[in-house]
Design a protein around this ligand. Structure first.
Ligand SMILES: C[S@@+](CC[C@H](N)C(=O)[O-])C[C@H]1O[C@@H](n2cnc3c(N)ncnc32)[C@H](O)[C@@H]1O
Length: 270
């Protein structure tokens, strides 16, 4: 199987996504989504941003590589009676079946960054956006001291080296690289803007319990634990992550976890 698909079909990202729903809603409010706006949510998971956009009346298509997240999203939309929101399987590197200029807004929160062939991803996002429309991406930043960049950094230290030619998803968090990818897709440099924003995770349990959710349900961390286990180092990885999550927890109640994480918000005027 395609290793990118296998990674995200492993586990169950919904267990992590459940801790970020408020941030999804807040972002969608900031994007100025209006009734009838045609929105593509790329790497949409089970609907953290697609569902709030549909609740505001947008016409939403969610595309994700993981079949079970697509199924969860469709169940969630149906349960809410949102006939204006549908989820389908697809690969951000090759948006087969989506027409040129079909969307007013293409949004991808920590989704398209995980697809292989980043130049193709940028080209596809631009291709399906109508002239005058926008692409908005949220990307984790390499070397950033906050949660997700650190989880990925710690995990990679316990994982085998990536295959030859692998381009790290974290390169989407480097402004110059993002500019290169979108200008290669035909967008003028001045149409690409950046800001730093915050995504907050709220988990009802302790930081250690939240680490267990990453260990058991988040594909990249599951793979790191598999590799660490083979080297007899799973306990070390767990200890390192618990220390990280505890140090990042901003909740005054130590039995509850609230962790803000910084990301690069990229806006591309097409
Ligand atoms: C960190 S999750 C974020 C999900 C969602 N955007 C959210 O905020 O809840 C990354 C998502 O990207 C999806 N993904 C990874 N590679 C992809 C690809 N090549 N094409 C489409 N989706 C992909 C994964 O299946 C997963 O749902």
């Amino acid at each position: 199987m395609n290793p990118n698909k296998a990674l995200w079909e492993k586990g169950d990202f919904t267990r992590i996504a459940d801790t970020m729903r408020e941030s999804g809603e807040e972002l969608v409010r900031r994007l100025g989504v209006t009734p009838g706006l045609k929105v593509l949510d790329l790497g949409c998971g089970d609907g953290t941003t697609a569902i709030p956009a549909a609740k505001l009346g947008a016409d939403v298509v969610g595309v994700d590589i993981a079949r079970k997240l697509v199924e969860s999203g469709n169940r969630w939309a149906a349960a809410l009676g949102l006939g204006n929101c549908r989820f389908q399987e697809g690969d951000a590197s090759d948006l087969v079946g989506l027409s040129d200029h079909a969307f007013d807004l293409v949004v991808s929160m920590f989704g398209a960054m995980f697809a292989p062939r980043p130049l193709d991803v940028a080209r596809e996002m631009v291709r399906v956006t109508r002239p005058g429309g926008r692409v908005v991406m949220g990307n984790w930043i390499p070397g950033d001291p906050t949660l997700v960049a650190q989880v990925l950094k710690v995990s990679s230290a316990y994982s085998p080296p990536p295959p030859e030619g692998f381009v790290s998803p974290m390169t989407w968090g480097v402004e110059g690289t993002v500019v290169e990818r979108f200008t290669a897709a035909g967008v003028p440099k001045e149409n690409i803007t950046f800001s730093r924003a915050t995504w907050t995770f709220h988990s009802p349990g302790t930081p250690g319990g939240f680490v267990a959710a990453f260990r058991d349900y988040y594909g990249p961390t599951m793979n790191a634990f598999d590799a660490a286990g083979r080297a007899g180092r799973a306990a070390d990885l767990e200890q390192e992550l618990v220390a990280l999550f505890e140090s990042q927890n901003r909740s005054p109640n130590r039995d509850v976890t609230t962790i803000p994480a910084t990301y690069l918000l990229v806006t591309v005027a097409v």
